[in-house]
Design a protein around this ligand. Sequence first.
Ligand code: ADP
Ligand code: MG
Length: 238
Amino acid sequence: MTEPVLEADDIVQFLGQGAGRVQALKGVSLSLKGGELALLMGPSGSGKTTLLSILGCLMTPASGTVRIAGKSIEGADPEALAKLRRDNIGFIFQSYHLFPTLTAEENIRLALDVRGDTSRRAVEAARNVLARVGLGHKRKSRPLELSGGEQQRVAVGRAIVGDAKAILADEPTGALDAENGQAIMSLLAEIAKDPTRAVLVVTHDPRTVPFADRIIHIEDGRIVGEESPSQARKASHS
Ligand code: ADP
Ligand code: MG
């Protein structure tokens, strides 16, 4: 039995002020187990990014509970939340979010530097991860010298180098062509083979479906259903 890596229980969240205030999440529960890659799919504005932000300890919900490796994060102050995030969560964004002045290797190392780990081991870990994402030969390149697909590989490297157990990706293939999108998805699927690690991918892209173990659908702030990739493929062919 693999343990849940990340759990959300009845999450409610409001965003905005005054007349612009909206209920972005209306009681969302989900559980991600080690060894699985789940897709979170839903229309624009359905609450996907908000849910990812809450699962990733970037935002505190109005109500509901988030548990990381079985432990509730309730009551954690901002500093404690930042530490939980650094130690447990790896983020990947559509637009890579790399530091333009740093090399590929330095961008990955930064994830360890912010934890105060500037040791030789950190340098080695960054090099191993670069090789794992297929960029061993580009370690001194800066983001502008890399293609979009390569920049996203660096971002994947940065997300996994600290041994985060939950990898959260918001439209990671959104800016990539088909070939590079597939390459990133197969890298994420490879990462999710580790029975201690879970990957959650927010996506609109039907080409990501074959890489998934589960597909969770969200609409208007609520989880409305879940299916297996084979069910999703059948539905799209009917
Ligand atoms: P998705 O990622 O699925 O497109 P979001 O989680 O970004 O959706 O947004 C959910 C809802 O919250 C939407 O109705 C959106 O317009 C609203 N929203 C998002 N961010 C804010 C904000 N900062 N202030 C007010 N409303 C927001
Ligand atoms: Mg979004």
